[in-house]
Design a protein around this ligand. Structure first.
Ligand SMILES: C[S@@+](CC[C@H](N)C(=O)[O-])C[C@H]1O[C@@H](n2cnc3c(N)ncnc32)[C@H](O)[C@@H]1O
Length: 314
């Protein structure tokens, strides 16, 4: 297996905010296990911590298994989507847990391997699947979606000017030659949108990011898991989410805001009709971001935002 080298973001902040008392048994679900750097730190911190680690990427799971060999008897690894984490927990007879960790997006090894097709910087197949068992690849999406569907994906998830123009050009170009490689897509991006301006994020970065989010239904996964999170946390249990995209962060922020609000009735009603009670206390009023020291050591940490909340009430 090729080396799996991923530097975890905000490691001190995650281990401090998700801290499990060392003298008590506890259960953690890491839904985006990756190379398991965060989970390894948490397992080291608490010798009684049990972990359910999930990833859809088989290479990540293999790397995680090696890294976590020191805790072999208290880890359970599953390949699949984190939106199914509560089904996997049920199989272990874990009704509730003390912590849920999500470190969203892709890992460095995924980005750095040309054959995965995640990066415009290397020529490779237009794949972008985190789970190579799923049918939808980036090439399939580009070759089969309508101009309108592609435009929406680029505009919503990429947030760059010219999203619909690029989509139209892709649809015209694929008439003669279907898209197969990352280089094919970079060429159309350059032709239609021009070269990136110095100091700005290269346009293909945004185009590739948008496609990756769509291919892996990244926002859908996040919404699904949050909706089940509260009822599967023990009182005092915590959920920590690290996001790298403004849309992900907005979903987490909105969810935390709603779940930490006692009543959701429109203002002005004399009595509460909704019956909603706060279920979470937000521990990070503002998202936690990387320190200067971390930024200097790990460029990937520059967009990372960590939000953490604790289950309250019953
Ligand atoms: C940023 S990395 C996590 C790195 C990890 N925290 C560590 O310390 O090494 C994100 C990982 O989440 C996985 N992933 C992303 N979305 C997923 C999903 N919906 N279900 C399961 N795994 C997912 C990716 O395959 C990737 O390995």
């Amino acid at each position: 297996m090729a080396e799996f080298c991923h530097i975890p973001v905000l490691p001190d902040e995650v281990t401090t905010l998700l801290k499990f008392p060392a003298d008590k048994p506890a259960r953690l679900i890491d839904g985006t296990l990756g190379g398991a750097s965060h989970s390894a730190l948490l397992l080291q911190q608490n010798p009684q911590l049990e972990l359910l680690g999930i990833d859809r990427d088989e290479d990540a799971l293999a790397a995680a298994e090696q890294k976590l060999a020191f805790a072999r008897d208290r880890i359970f690894l599953r390949r699949g989507n984190y939106s199914e984490m509560f089904e996997y927990a049920e199989e272990l007879d874990w009704e509730t847990v003390d912590g849920i960790l999500l470190d969203l997006g892709v890992s460095s090894p995924q980005l750095d391997r040309p054959e995965r097709g995640f990066s415009w910087r290397f020529d490779g197949p237009l794949d972008m699947r985190m789970d190579n068992r799923s049918e939808l690849t980036a090439a399939r999406l580009l070759n089969r979606s309508s101009a309108d569907e592609l435009g929406k994906i680029f505009a919503e998830y990429g947030e760059f000017h010219g999203a619909y123009r690029l989509a139209q050009a892709i649809v015209e170009r694929r008439e003669s030659t279907p898209f197969g490689s990352t280089a094919d897509l970079v060429k159309v991006c350059d032709d239609v949108l021009g070269k990136s301006r110095p100091g700005k994020l290269p346009v293909p970065t945004l185009v590739f990011q948008a496609l990756r989010i769509a291919v892996n239904d990244e926002l859908g996964e996040l919404k699904k898991v949050l909706s089940g999170a509260v009822s599967h946390l023990n009182r005092g249990g915590r959920i920590a989410v690290i996001s790298f995209h403004s849309l992900e962060d907005r979903i987490v922020k909105e969810f935390f805001r709603r779940e930490s609000t006692e009543c959701l009735c429109p203002p002005g009603l004399p009595v509460c009709r909704c019956g909603h009670h706060a279920t979470l206390a937000v521990l990070t009023k503002k998202p936690v971001t990387a320190s200067q020291k971390e930024l200097a050591a790990n460029k990937r940490s520059s967009c990372a935002k960590l939000r953490v909340a604790e289950k309250i009430g019953k």
